[in-house]
Every structure is written in C-alpha cells, then in structure tokens.
Design a protein around this ligand. Structure first.
Ligand code: SAM
Ligand code: SF4
Length: 342
C-alpha cells in the first residue's frame, strides 16, 4: 500500500524477542533496567499481524529483536511467514551467537538471508562493547551460515576505523557483503560517543581509492574482478544485496562492495518503505516517534481479520514524513533499540 506521501510500504521488521544474550553499550548496556510494557506476542498473534500486513502489500519481512534466535520456535515462525503466497523474502538480523546451531534449520525454513551484526574483530574490544566473550561463537555462526547456503551480510555500527578496516578484510576474504551503519540517536545510542568520528566515506576513499556508486542489483566486480566469488542474493526479478536503504560502493582497491547506511547524515525518509512491529505488539511507523497503534489489546480480544487490516491500514497511511534525528527535542520515541528491533 501507499502512505499519505505516496511511499510504497512493503517491508516490515518484526521484533520476536526482547531479551538478548549480548549487552551492546549503545543498545542495552550491562546493568541497565529494561522498560517492559507487557508480554510478548505469541506466534499466532505475530502470524495474524504478519498476514494482515501481507494483505496490505508487505512482501519482505525481517525478524529481529532483542536477539531473534533466542525465541523458541523461531524457525517455525520464519517458515510460516515465508510460506505466505506473496512473500518475497524473510531475513533475520542476529548477533550470530546462536547461529551455528540454527543456520541449517533457518535455511530449510526458507530464510533468504541473515544479517550478522559485528562491530569489531578485536576480542577484548568485543567483550567491552557487548559485555560478553563471544566473538569466536559469532565467527563460527557466520561460517555455519555460509556453509548452510544462507546469504550473509555483516552489519557494523560505525565506530573505530581500525575495526572498519579489519572487518572489510574479513568480508572480502569470505565473500560477504559488509555495511556500515551510522549510530542513530535512539535509546542508549544517544549517549554513545564513538572513539573516532571522522567521516567514514572519506576514510574509505583514502584507503581504498576511487569510489563508484553501484546499483544494488548489478555487482560486476571490483578492480581485482572477484565478482564470481560473491554470493548472489536472488530477490524479486533481479540480483540484489537487499531491500533496505544501504547505498553500495565499489572502491578501486577492494573486491567486495561496501554498503553505507547513513540515516542521520543522508536522510532517506522520502523513500522509506518500512514499518515495525515491536515484541509487545506496537505497530511502529518511524524510529523517531511513538506514533503507531498498539495492536495487542485488539489481538487479545479476538479482533476480526477485516478490522485488524483496517486498523493497520489507517496507521500506516499516517506514517510520519521524516525522522527528526537532527532535532532531538522533537523525538517522542524514548524506548531502547533492543525494544524496537533496529
Ligand atoms: N540482536 C540482533 C542484532 O544485533 O542484530 C537484532 C536486534 S539489534 C537492535 C538490530 C541492529 O540494530 C543491530 O545491527 C545493532 O547494531 C543496531 N543498533 C542498535 N542500536 C543502534 C543505534 N543506536 N544506531 C544504529 N544501529 C543500532
Ligand atoms: Fe542485543 Fe542486538 Fe542490542 Fe546488541 S544490538 S544488545 S546483540 S539486541
């Protein structure tokens, strides 16, 4: 469907878990108290909302959290959403800790891709940043996902430049797509000051040479011509690296494309195609605002399908025009990212 600004809304992020086995400092720092506003939606409630969303034109679903792989029954849930007749893709965003155990089952369930969040390859910095000594498990998870035939992308929240370079080498060696995400002033992200703040794009150009923007659907290889080594993500009619707002670049001296997700400095709200469902059942329309509708009371009273679709349609239509990260006083979303799902 289209919202009141004519944007096509076809992508939904569903938070299926509110707990996490890591405590990233910008998301849910160790020792902080979680705000919890009610019980998690059950599988059947999530499926009802996802089906209603599919009726409204959502074709791409992302399962997130908290840590989605901690949810018992995550594989069944993914398979059920993948089986909707019009679903084009179901993907999972995970910290990778439990991926080695679940990769094959996710592949069997029809999951199209996993995004693994990994900000550093330095074990002691990983431990500081996430509160856990789990880097090895994350790497094993990435390897298992690739071995299972899942398309894997790395997501790194932009931080220290040295980490960025190591992650790029890692991605290049293993044929992974890597994207760097700007820290957004949401939840604890507001207070997280990265150690090096220089513009990532300038840094990348300095190290890897001339940059050329590439169409997501047409990777034809970098200077060293390793296109054939890259995993292909068949998506809709074409070959694609994903459905999100990342801009991809080919750098002269790199064999893998690098994606940048610059929500703060390069606002992409005019083409925003997404809505979110929080773990407790709030249909959320923009990261900056609380706007949306709490679906849980209606799901609990046994709302009919038609009424559910209508409520969601009205809410989606009113999706805000743009985020207000640059004017924090206007932000009404006070929740932590772990409750929103990224
Ligand atoms: N636990 C899973 C994971 O880490 O991928 C899924 C949930 S996590 C909230 C989803 C994504 O949000 C992660 O890639 C994480 O790095 C990112 N994230 C969390 N807080 C953020 C912030 N303030 N700005 C930008 N990205 C953030
Ligand atoms: Fe957990 Fe993901 Fe948040 Fe880190 S970013 S605390 S892994 S939910």
């Amino acid at each position: 469907m289209k919202d009141r600004y004519g944007r096509t809304i076809n992508y939904m992020r569903i938070s299926v878990a509110r707990d996490c086995n890591l405590s990233c400092r910008y998301c849910m720092p160790p020792g902080e108290q979680r705000e919890v506003s009610g019980k998690l939606l059950s599988d059947s409630e999530i499926l009802r909302v996802a089906k209603a969303a599919a009726e409204l034109g959502i074709t791409r679903f992302k399962l997130t959290g908290g840590e989605p792989l901690m949810r018992p029954g995550i594989v069944r849930l993914a398979a059920a959403i993948r089986a909707f007749p019009d679903t084009e893709a179901v993907t999972v965003t995970t910290n990778g800790v439990l991926l080695a155990k679940l990769a094959k089952d996710l592949k069997k369930a029809g999951v199209d891709a996993v995004n693994v969040s990994l900000d550093t390859l330095d074990p002691s910095y990983f431990q500081w940043l996430t509160g856990h000594d789990a880097l090895e498990r994350v790497i094993e998870g990435i390897e298992a996902a690739q071995a299972a035939g899942l398309f894997v992308k790395l997501n790194a929240v932009q931080g220290r430049q040295a980490d960025g370079r190591e992650l790029i080498c890692f991605a290049q060696r293993r044929g992974l797509i890597i994207r760097f995400i700007e820290m957004m002033p949401v939840g604890y992200g507001k207070n997280f000051v990265s150690e090096e703040k220089a513009d990532l794009f300038s840094f990348l150009r300095q190290h890897y040479g001339k940059a050329e923007r590439i169409d997501k659907r047409e990777w034809t290889g970098g200077a060293a011509g390793a296109a054939d080594a890259l995993p292909a993500f068949r998506f809709g009619a074409g070959l694609c690296f994903g459905a999100g707002p990342a801009e991809y670049y080919r750098f002269e001296k790199l064999r893998c494309p690098v994606g940048l997700i610059r929500a703060v400095t390069h606002q992409f709200c005019s083409t925003c195609n997404r809505i979110r469902l929080t773990g407790e059942g709030r249909l959320k329309l923009c990261l900056s605002y609380q706007d949306g509708v709490d679906l849980r009371p209606d799901l609990e009273r046994g709302v009919g399908d038609g009424e559910l679709i209508e409520m969601m349609e009205q809410a989606i239509f009113m999706k805000p025009r743009r985020h207000c990260f640059m004017e924090p006083e206007k932000m009404t979303e006070q929740g932590a990212m772990i409750s929103i799902g990224g």
